[in-house]
Design a protein around this ligand. Structure first.
Ligand code: NOJ
Length: 765
């Protein structure tokens, strides 16, 4: 879906010529295409350019305008560009239009500074990859890095320079719609996935050809929204902030992200976008961040809504003084910062400091040399076979087998009659997931299609059984058109329901594909309940009651309530939203051509009432006094963090711990992992520690190391996980400082956070 269907092509044939002749005339230093400049060259270029800029032009570089015509009409976009009043557009993805705007910028604006185009490349551009929560379920940073580098390549070919990703917010609450965009609840897994995404987007350095710059978001604490309600306040203790929430952002910074995005919500009552402590003291001074910060959409103006600022001018000055370099969509910078410099509420030197890294990034990215899209290369780069293969593999590695009683899976390829039932089984839209806004549903392979292609010898029947409401989510100016409900009368609903049962009865095996419509999660899509929407649970129960073997494929952006299913359905495969190639991946998994190996990056609750539910709480899980905190349900999760089955069977033998360590030493834990089955497979070996006593209570378990390992049929592998003792450092709420405290530590190794192989070691001075 492109946002611009208009578009006269001024550039179709003349890019190469234009690239060299029309850019950066009169500027200090021309840049050879794809040549990596030295830091000294960048500094010199930026100093010279800044020296030529008026205050208005500097403030223009701090403006990011919405590229959708409904927000910024094209004529206005042209005029802003021509007058040097804008540094970046977001949501312009039509390469023809990108070339038009770049031509105006580099031929008609006084200083010929090219534009930067940003977009939500969250889990793919045109080829849609599994949602980020799914990618994290692979526990495979290399796979995650590859996925984002593929997405970067596709987006960059369209002229997009900047991904508003990765979202690294820790998410401990399934009610929060944006949990789908996260890497889950754990800081250590979150750090690994955050860094992998930054590497994938950016490549080895900012400006590497075929890559984008990344934006680690939403700084900071957006995932802790009260009640899982999107945009609500986050109240996070210093303990949790330092030990949990801030860590993945810091990992993204260490991985070299060029930008961060400041969050909408207030963090402990100070809105993140006006939070100087966060954006300057922590980010720049403590972490040494040298890049730049963009606000979230309208977040600067919203400082008034939050009651931090009394006027647009106050909001702009507060955000800029706090350290927000670029304002997304609201234009308080453009409208007020000049007067604020005159009034002395912000200094000219601060403006220079904010502009410098943005000019440097444009230079590093080679835009002063060639800002244009090669339209032929763009077309050739979309949804290629290579993209499809990478997306399929990613989907295969992200699925989590939650249950497989009596080896109900894999399906025998010789099966003769399969009924595929459910509202998500053949939905080309839902399988892409949320944040697939540039994806084209016509590219999608559904589960039904995948199974029909795979089971060529079987009769594969299909019906939806029930419909689910999709609502009508509006994503910016793009209406996600809900697939129309067709069952509008009680009679039609009853007939369809009965038809599904008839198909189930006539089949040897039933594959039910149930879950959430993709509009039910993502931004602005929290849920108070996490039950299967609509009549899906009733349908599931009725199909199971037919006595036919049932396999449940769950397609969702958050953990949903599977309590009944977990007691009555022999096989449950959670595929999240697997993306463009989802149908092929799911079919491969269901028939055993691929062995499931994903593990949960979030604790799977029984019910929404348990949320927030996470494994690394402080109170030990003592069944005697903790498991029954609720009157009506157990307080334990349905599936623990880190959990995932396989068609292989793994056992983990006794843990051998290396012994006591000093602060500069390493702790190594080794376990034999045996695959007792006849099927080669992969699993995730996880190491957790617990500090028995110290200046502050510590989580009952904390993930420290993990490794995804493949073990052959009947094979035993000894897996050693090594943790530097300094990783036991934590921020103590007692001393308000980072501490590494000598003492005794428990260690567990296993295949999820309930791991039972236990050892201990001591940390000595
Ligand atoms: C608002 C979202 O919070 C943010 O994640 C996104 O990048 C921007 N809109 C731009 O679409």
């Amino acid at each position: 879906m492109a946002f611009f269907s208009r578009g006269t092509s001024l550039f179709r044939c003349s890019l190469a010529v234009c690239a060299v002749s029309c850019v950066a005339a009169g500027l200090a230093e021309a840049q050879a295409p794809q040549q990596r400049p030295t830091d000294a060259q960048v500094d010199r270029f930026v100093r010279d350019l800044l020296g030529k800029m008026t205050l208005d032009e500097k403030i223009g570089q701090m403006e990011q305008a919405a590229g959708q015509p409904m927000y910024t009409p094209p004529a206005k976009q042209d005029e802003l560009t021509r007058s040097g009043s804008v540094g970046s557009f977001l949501f312009t993805t039509d390469p023809v239009r990108i070339n038009e705007l770049q031509k105006i910028a580099v031929e008609q604006s006084r200083l010929k500074i090219p534009l930067l185009f940003g977009y939500d490349v969250i889990h793919g551009f045109r080829t849609i990859y599994p949602i980020p929560l799914a990618m994290a379920s692979s526990w495979d940073p290399a796979l995650v890095e590859k996925g984002q580098s593929m997405a970067a390549r596709e987006a960059r070919s369209a002229g997009v320079h900047w991904a508003f990703a990765p979202m690294v917010d820790i998410a401990r609450d399934a009610r929060w719609g944006r949990i789908m965009e996260s890497a889950g609840e754990d800081p250590v897994l979150g750090e690994a996935i955050a860094a992998a995404q930054v590497r994938g987007f950016q490549g080895a350095y900012v400006g590497e050809p075929g890559h984008l710059i990344s934006s680690v978001k939403h700084f900071a604490g957006y995932g802790a929204a009260e009640g899982g309600r999107d945009y609500d306040s986050s109240n996070i203790s210093d303990d949790l902030l330092y030990n949990v929430y801030l860590r993945p952002y810091h990992a993204g910074v260490k991985a070299g992200t060029a930008t961060l995005m400041s969050a909408y919500m207030d963090l402990n009552s100070v809105p993140a976008t006006g939070n100087k402590w966060l954006l300057t003291d922590v980010l720049r001074k403590e972490w040494g961040f040298k890049g730049w910060v963009v606000s979230d959409w309208d977040a600067v103006k919203s400082l008034q809504v939050h009651g931090l600022a009394e006027s647009p001018a106050d909001a702009a000055a507060r955000a800029a003084n706090a350290g927000v370099n670029m304002e997304m969509t609201s234009s308080t910078y453009r409208e007020t910062l000049k007067q604020s410099v005159a009034a002395g509420t912000i200094s000219a030197a601060t403006i220079d400091d904010l502009v410098r890294p943005m000019l440097a990034t444009k230079y590093r990215m080679g835009l002063f040399t060639n800002p244009y899209v090669d339209l032929a290369a763009y077309k050739a780069a979309q949804v290629t076979a290579e993209q499809r293969t990478a997306a399929r593999i990613a989907a295969e590695q992200s699925a989590v087998l939650l249950r497989n009683e009596g080896e109900a899976l894999p399906l025998h390829k010789s099966v003769k009659a399969v009924a595929v039932i459910g509202p998500l089984a053949d939905s080309k839209l839902d399988i892409m997931g949320s944040w697939a806004i540039h994806g084209d549903r016509n590219d999608s392979v559904t589960v039904l299609q995948g199974l029909r292609e795979k089971l060529t010898g079987a009769q594969v029947t299909y019906t939806i059984g029930v419909e689910i409401e999709r609502g009508s989510a509006t994503i910016f100016d793009e209406q996600v058109v809900p697939e129309k409900l067709t069952l509008t009368t009680p009679e039609a609903k009853a007939t369809e329901f009965a038809h599904a049962l008839d198909l189930a009865k006539a089949a040897d095996t039933v594959v039910m594909v149930l879950g959430e419509a993709q509009t039910m999660n993502g931004e602005n899509a929290s849920r108070a309940s996490i039950t299967l929407p609509g009549e899906q649970e009733r349908l599931l129960e009725a199909v199971v009651a037919t006595g036919k073997p049932v396999v449940l494929v769950v397609m969702t952006g958050r953990p949903v309530n599977l309590t009944w299913a977990n007691e009555h359905v022999p096989a449950i495969l959670n595929v999240w939203y697997p993306g463009t190639e989802g149908g092929h991946a799911v079919a491969n998994l269901l028939v055993g051509d691929v062995n499931p190996s994903g593990h949960l990056p979030v604790t799977w609750p029984r019910d929404a009432g348990q949320e927030p539910l996470y494994y690394n709480q402080n109170i030990p899980q003592n069944p005697e006094n903790v498991a029954q905190r609720y009157w009506d349900i157990p307080s334990t999760p349905l599936f623990p963090f880190g959990y995932g089955l396989s068609y292989s069977k793994f056992t983990v033998g006794a843990a051998v711990v290396s012994g006591s360590v000093t602060a500069s030493g390493n702790v190594t834990v080794s376990v034999p992992v045996t695959n007792t089955s006849g099927v080669r497979g992969a699993t995730v070996v996880q190491m957790y520690t617990h500090q028995r006593a110290g200046s502050a209570a510590r989580p009952r378990r904390e993930l420290k190391e993990f490794a995804k390992v493949t073990v052959g049929a009947g094979e035993t592998k000894t897996i050693s996980l090594t943790m530097p003792a300094k990783d036991l450092t934590y921020w103590s709420a007692a001393s308000h400082s980072w501490v590494l405290e000598p003492g005794t530590f428990d260690v567990w190794v296993g295949l999820d956070s309930a791991a039972s192989q236990h050892g201990e070691f001591s940390l000595t001075k």
